[in-house]
Design a protein around this ligand. Structure first.
Ligand code: BT5
Length: 326
């Protein structure tokens, strides 16, 4: 697309670029260059135009663009198809629908805003502008009981991407949270369609609090969550973070298919749950104990005070601090 190419040229150029030069590079007329620049301005870019010198990009909107996301991505599977939506109810709902209709593995659905973002167990994921909301379609040839490992894989990819793109010490809280400074900065929601003996498709939904106004959250949620921008003390380039995330997902998914152990090992390195005293709730019961291990299916092994062990497949965990015996 000419517009994307013009934008790339303006971005990679410090000073002014003349209309003539842009037109020659593109093989189009100067009038067409001007029309594309007007169209970029309508998208929120600020382009300074000075007669006899040309055009210079002075400000970019905090908006995702499909061309930018794909540019230089170089992934094998994840992000080969990117569907970018200004607003939708839930990217997971859209991706589940697309997967049922045969969308390719690695298809990513992204929205700037979700009007009915979902958490687990019918909970809401508040989804104002400024963050990342995406869902990825996977078709792993796996038995159903391995599906929870995909959440762990996604959490490893998300924590790694936040670490490398934002230089923040992101950690994973079992089963589906990514925390920075002890507060939730992202969550994962894994949904699937399965036959009795195998998975048909899995949609991995990821929400990350990046640049949003924290006032968009109710007090109760704000008290236990954070945004990457407030942790970093600067606004975050969402496209760069998203590209890191898609690359990490591509890499960890492939590793996962060849060696689940490799993912579990990295998960253990990045998690903040094991070794802690935890309160577990879910499936109509609640108990406390020490989070001891994660098993080969991604379940949490908790040792209760009477020494008995409980293996938890799903639930909510709150950390009650380091266990005295570690
Ligand atoms: C999650 O659920 O953490 C999964 C979140 C997954 C969201 C993504 S966005 C893209 C895709 N499309 C969707 O519709 N969903 C996925 P859970 O562990 O159940 O946590 C939900 C709880 O987190 C809520 O009950 C609130 O307390 C809290 N919460 C809601 N919105 C939040 C936000 N923006 N940031 C931090 N915490 C939030």
């Amino acid at each position: 697309m000419y517009k994307d190419r013009i934008l790339r040229l303006l971005r990679s150029h410090e000073g002014f670029l003349s209309g003539e030069e842009l037109a020659a590079k593109m093989g189009i007329s100067r009038t067409m260059v001007w029309k594309h620049i007007r169209s970029l301005e309508r998208e929120g870019f600020t382009v300074e135009a000075v007669r006899s010198r040309g055009y210079r990009l002075t400000a970019s909107p905090d908006l995702l663009r499909a061309g930018d996301i794909r540019s230089g991505l170089r992934t094998k599977t994840v992000g080969k198809v990117v569907q970018l939506l200004a607003e939708t109810e839930s990217t997971n709902t859209v991706a589940m629908e697309m997967a049922s209709q045969g969308a390719a593995e690695g298809t990513v659905v992204i929205a700037e805003v979700q009007t009915a973002g979902r958490g687990r167990l019918g909970r809401k994921w508040i989804s104002p502008k400024g963050n990342l909301y995406l869902s990825i379609i996977f078709r792993p040839a796996l038995p159903v009981h391995k599906a929870p490992l995909m959440t762990l894989m996604g959490a490893v990819a998300l924590a790694s991407a936040i670490r490398s793109a934002c230089s923040l010490p992101a950690v994973i809280k079992w089963p589906n949270d990514v925390l920075v400074s002890g507060r939730k900065a992202g969550g994962l929601l894994t949904e699937m369609r399965a036959e009795p003996d195998h998975i048909k498709h899995i949609v991995l939904g990821i929400g990350v609090d990046v640049n949003m106004d924290p006032d968009a959250l109710p007090d109760s949620v704000r008290a236990v969550s954070t945004t990457l921008a407030s942790e970093a003390g600067r606004s975050i380039d969402r496209t760069a973070l998203l590209q890191h995330l898609l690359r990490e997902l591509d890499r960890w998914y492939r590793l996962f298919l060849s060696s689940e152990g490799a993912v579990l090992k990295e998960w253990k390195r990045l998690n903040c749950t094991l070794g802690n005293r935890v309160s577990v709730s879910g499936a109509g019961e609640a108990f406390e104990g020490q989070a001891r291990e994660i098993d080969a299916e991604g379940r949490l092994v908790v040792v209760l005070d009477d020494g008995s062990e409980r293996t938890v497949a799903a639930g909510d965990v709150s950390l009650a601090g380091k266990s005295p015996d570690r």
